[in-house]
Ligand binder design. Structure first.
Ligand code: GCB
Length: 648
């Protein structure tokens, strides 16, 4: 029975993909933005929702739940979109569900869209993990992977001026073939487990939240439309140089006239005033006396962005317009240093999560604004999208606020490294680069976090994944966040910058804060010596329970967390003075949800803020340091900051 049920969950992923009319969309398209030629309509709100029965994962497909409103085929509950579904109700089975979940809602499209011969696109910012999208009963597209957009042209499937039905089936099952990986553990002992009992296990330290996590839009374009825009920037003296390449598409409604399509560009400054114009679908724009994109606290005016108003016109002169933000900046890297606009960079940041109570990983605008407000309060200039690509709404804020991003793929804790996994990993990297390639905030790609890179096949695997990422985008350095001992580690040699997670005096030498400085300096010097590359610490930290105090410091107290940080700072300052240590990121920005476990009291408590974003003592300590470091960087002094005076 158990076996049968697992077979059912897993094969369902395979068999249903066969019935999808147009398969796997890996190009999520440009973010839906309004313009004079594009209308955008939000489908966010309350959808209808039902889980597949636990012992019959395929029921929804067999009974074609997508063919009519879900409420007609059985009971439904209301479900918020965007949000994870897990923590919304009091139902433990919903929280812990493994398998298919079904969403649907009705929506109208105006007849005018048909009269005006508009192309209509449906776009989900993300849905975790496997999803199949239906409109009016047609299976339009499927997507594997939970953190990247899904797009489908729905023009010919709509009933204009009437009600339309969108249905989304989502499966959160993780297997050794998914990214990230997981395993379904069967429990076949009938004396200990009920029939069919199984559990999902995975090798990462955060809750595998599921649902429609990001906004759902439908939007229109003319039949000849802007499909993609590639922007790179350079600096020449006081001038900025913007190189662009616009690709355009044609719907199936009209004949293809790509030969007759023309492009024109208008560059506007931050106030919306015209700066310059250009003709042609590819070209270069020179911006005299350009305002550059600078990180927060590296300029009086961080995050400066122009708007490139892209116009594509067809033979009849119909225009498609898309406003695209452009930050002019350059990145550089060598064996010791990262630079932005030729100035050395020191990353003062955090590892984060998309995580909040009730909504899990669902986009929440209030939380986005709060988090950026806290990052700026801290004096941070960067964060890593640990351990998956974050919502575009978050990335937009990072661009705007001048917060630099290490943009990470969902490849957390990978092992196995066979060719099939590698090809999937490469596709994920290409999808991520495709989505975020024009963002000035993105200063580095991270192909993953803590792979089992002590396994020999990791050598070939990472050299291929990194080189595919570099060919997708040669303009940014590529890294992978490592945690294996450097003596037996096969990914580092392929990377531009070495990022290492280390928890001295937490997972090892627990309680012995006095060894941190020595161990950190020894280890990071050796990483540099071994690979002759810039190095940084991408995670360090300790758990603390807010309000629990103990002096002298004791594990889980706020004092222990703060002192552990201060001891690390001593090491970081010494490493900085050596000239190859390019950054530090505390783990974690805020407490976050994890699977239940005896080492995780209410989740991972290494946040310097609580899950509700209130500061622990650690946040004040970090704030003091980051603002000092920022001042230090501003004056270009490399003088190490000392915190020994605060120690016992
Ligand atoms: C790590 C992982 C992160 C965990 C963290 C911890 O190295 O990258 O996902 O949450 O350690 O707290 O153990």
């Amino acid at each position: 029975m158990g076996c049968l049920r697992i077979w059912s969950v897993l094969t369902c992923l395979v068999s249903v993909s066969l019935v999808v009319e147009s398969r796997d969309s890996s190009w999520g398209g440009l973010y839906p933005r309004e313009s004079a030629s594009r209308e955008v309509k939000s489908l966010d709100g309350l959808w209808n929702f039902r889980l597949s029965p636990l012992l019959d994962a395929e029921k929804g497909f067999r009974e074609e739940w997508y063919a009519q409103p879900l409420s007609k085929s059985g009971p439904v509950i209301s479900m918020a979109v965007p949000s994870s579904y897990n923590d919304i109700t009091q139902d433990k089975d919903l929280r812990d569900h493994i398998g298919w979940a079904w969403y649907d809602r009705l929506f109208y499209v105006p007849t005018r869209w048909q009269t005006d011969k508009q192309r209509v696109v449906l776009r989900l910012g993300s849905a975790h993990y496997n999803s199949i999208i239906y409109v009016n009963g047609h299976s339009l597209t499927s997507h594997e992977g939970g953190h990247l957009p899904i797009m489908a042209d729905i023009t010919t499937k709509l009933v204009y001026g009437k009600e339309n039905l969108v249905t989304v089936a989502i499966n959160n099952t993780l297997t050794p073939e998914t990214i990230p990986q997981g395993t379904i553990v069967e429990h076949n002992d009938p004396s200990r487990y009920p029939p069919g009992y199984f559990a999902q296990s995975y090798n990462f330290d955060f809750t595998n939240y599921a649902g429609i996590h990001r906004p759902v839009y439908i939007y229109t374009t003319p039949q000849t439309f802007i499909e993609d825009i590639l922007i790179t920037t350079d600096i020449n003296g006081a001038n900025g140089v913007i190189t662009y390449n616009v690709t355009h598409g044609n719907t199936m409604i009209g004949p293809s006239r790509s030969g007759e399509v023309g492009c024109s560009m208008k560059l506007l400054d931050i106030e919306g005033d015209h700066v310059t114009s250009a003709m042609g679908c590819q070209g270069t724009i020179v911006v005299t006396n350009a305002s550059l994109w600078w990180p927060y606290l590296m300029s009086e005016n961080p995050g400066y962005m122009y708007t490139l108003l892209v116009a594509v016109s067809d033979a009849e002169g119909n225009l498609d317009l898309y406003p695209h933000k452009v930050g002019i900046r350059t990145l550089g890297w060598n064996s010791t240093t990262l630079t932005i606009n030729s100035k050395p960079l020191y990353l003062r940041g955090c590892g984060k999560h998309e995580d909040a109570d009730i909504r899990g990983k669902g986009v929440d605008y209030a939380l986005i604004v709060k988090d950026f407000s806290l990052l700026k309060w801290l004096g941070a200039n960067s964060f890593r999208t640990s351990h998956y690509p974050y919502a575009e709404e978050i990335m937009d804020m990072a661009d705007k606020e001048g917060i630099m991003i290490i943009d990470e793929s969902p490849a957390v804790g990978l092992s196995g490294f066979d060719e099939a996994l590698m090809n999937k990993h490469i596709s994920v990297m290409q999808e991520l680069v495709q989505r975020d390639k024009n963002r000035p905030s993105v200063i580095m790609w991270s192909v993953g976090n803590e792979p089992k890179s002590n396994q020999a096949p990791a050598l070939n695997y990472f050299s291929k994944v990194v080189s595919a990422t570099k060919s997708a985008d040669p303009s940014r350095p590529v890294t992978c966040v490592l945690n294996k001992p450097k003596e037996k580690e096969y990914a580092a040699s392929s990377l531009d910058v070495i990022l290492v997670n280390r928890y001295y005096s937490w997972y090892g030498d627990t309680g012995h804060l006095e060894v941190i400085k020595m161990q950190t300096i020894t280890e990071f010097s050796e990483w540099h010596l071994l690979h002759n590359k810039p190095v940084m610490i991408s995670e360090y930290g300790a758990g603390s329970l807010p309000g629990y105090h103990m002096d002298p410091a004791w594990t889980w107290s706020e004092e222990y967390q703060a002192e552990l940080m201060i001891r690390n700072f001593e090491a970081f300052d010494e490493l900085r003075s050596k000239g190859y240590f390019v950054g530090e990121m505390i783990w974690n920005f805020a407490d976050f949800s994890t699977p239940q476990g005896h080492t995780r009291p209410g989740g991972n408590r290494k946040g310097i803020f609580t899950r509700s974003r209130q500061p622990k003592m650690a946040a004040h300590v970090l704030r003091y340091r980051y603002h000092n470091l920022a001042n230090d960087t501003l004056t270009n002094s490399q003088a190490p900051m000392c915190f020994t005076s605060v120690l016992h």
